[in-house]
Design a protein around this ligand. Structure first.
Ligand SMILES: [Zn+2]
Length: 345
């Protein structure tokens, strides 16, 4: 008898979860019932009069306080605000809670919704999880994930490398170019060479050279790439390492500058061991087939959620969503993973 291929397993898991979900939540109205039930169970629904006793028609998104008769729209001002496809939201939470990796296109097909809606809903759930990443968690520089960040995010620019597709890249072009010119002229007169040499002695040629391009005034990533000396990946890698070494500050829109104060020591050492990184890279490569640089952090948060069951136990994703403020599409599009990524563990 032939052994079942490993690649089939996730699909079987998704099919099983989907069957169970279809039985439990048949419509958006049904989903509203479930959300109301969860809010009541978590004691999150309280009337302005202090009452927690509500009357409600099945399927409705509002309820009425039994004591003062005030009408309450219980999905307003929370994660499910303005969510039309409540069933799809609960499905995304359900799949996440059960560690099933499902692509937006597969998710859209199952739920019979548009791809963009599926993408948006799934990213909202990921953002909720990422908002719980502990500050003291293990970290890893972006450079260790370069090989798996090839997938272009929806709004990335046509001509930028997908491993560097953060928002705002298309804005301030003239300003950036001016900045670049200014910096290349300043480069010749960079001071402090002796201390730099001391600092850079453990660095590779790429890291040393990239550092020499920087000044205390922000330099754009494009300017560095335009020098044509190193690849996008090499420059990213060097910047990631310099950031870890506390020598460089990363600004929004792909600008980098030297730290103005001389670093006394490296950043606190909570860097992830290579073995963990290898596993994460394996997970992203095999289950997501690569991700965009922009949303890498969200995928790492998703993996953390699947592995750390002490933090993300039964119904924890749903509970986190219930207390999370609303997330708009603009919030998702504005998101950009940091250069130093948190792993959650
Ligand atoms: Zn009341």
């Amino acid at each position: 008898m032939k052994k079942r291929k490993h690649g089939k397993k996730p699909d079987i898991k998704i099919a099983k979860l989907w069957r169970s979900l279809r039985r439990r939540i048949k419509s958006d109205e049904h989903a509203a019932d479930l959300i109301f039930k969860e809010l009541m169970k978590a004691k999150l629904l309280v009337c302005t009069c202090g009452s927690t006793d509500f009357g409600r028609e099945s399927g409705a998104r509002n309820c009425q306080c039994v004591d003062c008769r005030e009408e309450i729209w219980f999905t307003s001002n929370m994660f499910f605000r303005k969510a039309k496809l409540l069933r799809a939201y609960l499905a995304a939470i359900w799949f996440q809670q059960n560690d099933a990796v499902i692509t937006p296109s597969h998710f859209a097909k199952l739920l019979r919704i548009e791809y963009s809606s599926a993408w948006e809903i799934q990213h909202k759930v990921k953002l909720v999880i990422a908002s719980h990443l502990p500050a003291e968690s293990m970290q890893a520089p972006y450079k260790v994930f370069i090989d798996i960040t090839f997938r272009r995010s929806l709004e990335s620019l046509k001509f930028t490398h997908p491993s560097f597709d953060c928002p705002g890249e298309d804005g301030g072009q003239t300003e950036r170019e001016n900045n670049g010119e200014q910096n290349s002229s300043e480069q010749e007169t960079t001071e402090d060479n002796s201390t730099d040499a001391e600092k850079m002695k453990d660095f590779t040629n790429v890291e040393a050279e990239v550092y020499s391009w920087l000044t205390d005034q922000p330099v754009s990533f494009d300017t560095m790439v335009a020098k044509g000396k190193f690849s996008v990946g090499q420059i990213m890698g060097a910047l990631g390492l310099l950031e870890i070494e506390n020598l460089v500050t990363a600004f929004a829109y792909g600008y980098f500058a030297r730290k103005t104060e001389q670093p006394k020591k490296r950043l606190p050492s909570n860097q992830a061991p290579a073995a963990i990184i290898t596993q994460l890279v394996y997970c992203i490569r095999n289950y997501h087939h690569g991700v965009s640089r922009k949303y890498l952090q969200l995928f790492l948060a998703q993996i953390w959620c699947a592995i750390d069951k002490k933090r993300w136990g039964r119904n924890a994703v749903m509970k986190a969503c219930l207390v999370h403020p609303p997330i708009s599409r603009t919030d998702i599009l504005a998101y950009c993973s940091p250069m130093i990524l948190s792993l959650g563990f």
